[in-house]
Design a protein around this ligand. Structure first.
Ligand code: 5AD
Length: 357
């Protein structure tokens, strides 16, 4: 079956409302998932290092202007402890995420990356926002394997309306290209249901995933945050119901699996936030093959509120871990072993003649 999808076909699916016809989409995505990335569900231990952020994204709850939350930055030892915990639980990867916090200097991140690599041998994914090229290069040399930076929406005007001008003079898409050059496994993604975003924009997002040739793609519903400008406007006069955002997100996950069958695609926390009962399960059934249990210590993570009502805030890592394992088992799937390298990335490197194990 074709690994590519045309924008007009994606758009037709995004407009489709008939549950029976949609069943075809779900099945096609699930088959492609099984045939290309198998039944393994890769677990990534998420550590939210710092919720301090120097940026003013209008949608994000940790934007610098929001004073309604306690700010924290974990000390390096706490980050290491989370990595050790991930290792003990058999995860192959730790994802280190933070706002753009000036306290996380290139040297400090480099040190932490090196120690985690040496001590645990885990694959390391960084998600530290927009960063200068020399920092990205330094972290790669220190042993980071992957980097996540969502482009949020392919609609340039919408992007500029909700996002401050680029840090370091480099738009996100340029940074994504740099990450590829540096040899990272590259992850990006979008929010679904941003006020002002059209179905055409979402279809273009899929085309952009293909043209950026992404290895990992995170897709989550936009969740209005009451302490952000965009969230205030959306809560006052809603543009979309949460169920519609969930349904559209699932369609985007399925279409993305069709577009890039070898990519790693998580069932995102935002999806579980808008549908705590079934969000993650439906994501995994409709194209996703990755889950990112949150390992951040509970006191800290309750303040990493990029959006409100975040799934799993009151749950200890151990219980989150158990519930994820139970979910995977109930789907007749199995937890991934090893680092869970993106097959999309491995295939490209193989074609380029670069050795990878
Ligand atoms: N709703 C959903 N996702 C959000 N993000 C930030 N704010 C929100 C929100 N209000 C997502 C962005 C960002 C990622 C870390 O979190 O896509 O890239």
């Amino acid at each position: 079956m074709s690994g590519l999808i045309q924008t007009d076909e994606a758009l037709r699916w995004l407009r489709e409302e008939d549950p029976q016809r949609l069943e075809e989409l779900w099945q096609r995505a699930d088959e492609l998932r099984r045939d290309h990335v198998g039944d393994e569900v890769h677990l990534r231990g998420l550590v939210e290092w710092s919720n301090r952020c120097s940026r003013s994204c209008t949608y994000c709850g940790i934007r610098r202007e929001n004073q309604e939350l306690l700010r924290y930055c974990l000390d390096d030892e706490s980050v290491l402890r989370c990595a050790r915990y991930a290792k003990e639980r058999g995860y192959g990867t730790v994802v280190i995420q933070a706002g753009e916090d000036p306290a996380l200097t290139p040297e400090r991140v480099e040190r932490v990356v090196s120690v985690i690599v040496q001590e645990t041998g885990l694959a390391i994914t960084l998600s530290l926002g927009e960063q200068p090229l020399d920092a990205l290069s330094r972290w790669k040399r220190a042993g980071a394997d992957r980097y996540l930076l969502r482009f949020e929406t392919s609609n340039q005007a919408l992007y500029e309306a909700i996002h401050p001008p680029a840090s370091h003079g480099r738009p996100r898409v340029e940074q994504i290209a740099d990450l590829r050059e540096l040899g990272y496994e590259v992850g990006s993604g979008v929010m679904v249901g941003i006020p002002g975003q059209s179905l055409e924009d979402l279809a273009s997002d899929i085309a952009m995933f293909q043209s950026l040739d992404l290895d990992m793609i995170g897709i989550g519903p936009y969740v209005p945050h009451p302490h952000t400008p965009l969230g205030v406007a959306e809560l006052q006069s809603p543009t979309m119901r949460p169920e519609v955002r969930v349904e559209l997100t699932l369609k985007m996950v399925a279409l993305t699996r069709i577009a890039l069958p070898l990519a790693n695609i998580p069932a995102t926390t935002a999806l579980s936030t808008l549908n705590p009962e079934n969000g993650r399960r439906l994501g995994l059934m409709r194209g996703a093959n990755v889950v990112m249990p949150n390992l951040t210590p509970r006191a800290a993570k309750s303040n990493y509120t990029i959006y409100p009502g975040k799934f799993g805030l009151d749950t200890e890592p151990e219980d989150l871990h158990k519930s994820v394992l139970a979910l995977i088992e109930s789907l007749g799937r199995r937890p991934g072993v090893g680092k869970g390298i993106s097959r999309h990335w491995a295939k490209r490197h193989h074609q380029e003649g670069v050795f990878c194990s």
